[in-house]
Design a protein around this ligand. Structure first.
Ligand code: PA5
Length: 423
């Protein structure tokens, strides 16, 4: 077993006690069991729980082959998708930038500027499209796909069909029909895996594989996490995290701020916000997920976290070894008075900022949990994805909501389509 994350609860001192955590065991156990109970709310959408071992190996090989082809025939890959069909791949790409094609994301807004920017970015280079939509009918990616497909067909004619990869439902939806009609290579988003839990399906895996990141390692990290975090006791860090965040919520800490100290993890915060926001925010309940990037946001949001309304707690994702370090140089004149740090690595300065911030926020009434990852690699990212997916599934059941539906997102669509005059 190589899983490596550690959860530190010491900064909950005075807010959540060991006794309170222990007392949550039965509640968390019952919530965990619901993920395997076919009569539990949302039980049709728990395919992600065993996904790291139960994924389609034949399709996985096709993903690797398609990625190889795209890397060899395309200087640009345009990935079209939104929400759960976008955030996971973008998260991984921000952490591990592509060493192959330039990968652009579009279809995650209704901004004509974004379309134009990506068009310019493609320029005269060779390119392909990966369009991702489980329903096949979401308006943002559908419009973007219509535009980029036309653009691709103008350049390549009939060859365009071998440059479009569609990730969608196995049988239903407009995208599946048009893909079959045109002979595009398709990848499946399994019925039992909802969008925000789909990063370890072709939704995330194809763009990640094209970027050059080892998706075998990503899946291996998730598989190890799946085994390790299935432990049914309060020794399980997932149980501790779930219990603590629900205890904090019950004492009025209604906002969870996901913090990171590594800018390339900023998008991980976006992925987490969708995961928890869409899973828990319903029936008038839920912890509001927010995110900050530190130390950057200590100079913007730091004031509120330290001193504003005491309704928040922090969950810090801290990566120890980000793969490089830079020492503070010595300067003879020491005009900036920084020679006391000369020779010290920036990672040391960051660690001290992190420790100082944790203590200050705790003293100011903002408790924190720290999830530490020793390294920044595909394996730990796989583990992180799974840690939070499992935490979210269990936590939603502790909160007594259906963590796997999203009825609230329909309301605006109804109004929008009425205004657009959809027949
Ligand atoms: O998590 C979800 O279900 C949503 O965020 C969807 O992923 C998002 O709305 C995109 O849907 P689709 O993949 O059907 O285009």
């Amino acid at each position: 077993m190589h899983t490596m994350l550690t959860l530190d609860l010491s900064h909950l001192d005075g807010f959540v006690s060991q006794e309170q955590l222990t007392a949550m065991a039965d509640e968390v156990a019952a919530a965990h069991a619901k993920l395997y109970d076919s009569s539990a709310p949302g039980s049709d959408f728990t395919g992600w729980v065993r996904l790291p071992e139960a994924y389609d190996k034949e399709e996985f090989d096709r993903i690797l082959k398609a990625a190889k082809k795209i890397r060899s025939d395309s200087e640009v890959l345009v990935v079209i998708g939104i929400g759960g069909s976008y955030l996971g791949a973008r998260t991984a790409l921000e952490i591990f930038p592509s060493d192959g094609p330039d990968i652009c994301f579009v279809g995650c807004s209704l901004s004509p500027n974004e379309i134009q920017k990506v068009m310019r970015r493609i320029g005269n280079r060779s390119w392909s499209i990966n369009v991702i939509s489980k329903s096949g009918g979401t308006i943002e990616p559908a419009i973007a796909f219509r535009i980029f497909r036309e653009h691709l067909e103008k350049k390549y004619g009939a060859e365009a069909n071998s440059r479009i990869y569609a990730t969608t439902d196995k049988a239903r939806g407009a995208l599946k029909s048009v893909a079959d009609k045109n002979g595009w290579e398709t990848f499946v988003i399994p019925d039992e895996v909802g969008g925000r839990f789909s990063v370890l399906t072709a939704v995330g895996l194809l763009p990640i594989a094209v970027s050059g990141t080892d998706i075998n390692e990503l899946m291996a990290g998730a598989a190890e996490a799946m085994e390790k975090y299935d432990l049914r006791s309060m020794d399980n860090p997932v149980w501790q995290y779930v219990a603590a965040r629900n205890l904090l919520y019950r004492q009025g800490k209604k906002i969870e701020i996901f913090c990171n100290y590594e800018p390339s993890y900023t998008f991980f915060g976006e992925w987490l916000k969708q995961l928890f926001g869409e899973s828990e925010g319903k029936d008038g309940k839920g912890i509001f997920p927010a995110s900050v990037q530190l130390t950057t946001d200590l100079h913007s949001m730091g004031q509120f976290i330290q001193d504003g309304e005491r309704i928040l707690f922090e969950t810090v994702i801290y990566v120890d070894d980000t793969g490089c370090d830079v020492a503070v140089p010595h300067c003879d004149d020491d005009g900036d008075n920084l020679n006391y740090l000369a020779g010290k690595p920036m990672s040391f300065v960051r660690e001290m900022a992190f420790q100082g911030t944790l203590a200050a926020h705790h003293d100011g009434g903002a408790p924190a949990m720290v999830l530490r990852s020793p390294k920044m690699n595909a394996r730990t990212l796989g583990e992180l994805f799974y840690f939070f997916e499992l935490s979210c599934g269990i936590s939603g059941h502790v909160l007594q909501v259906n963590p796997f539906n999203q009825p609230g997102v329909e309301a605006y669509k109804k109004n929008m389509f009425a205004l657009l005059g959809r027949p």
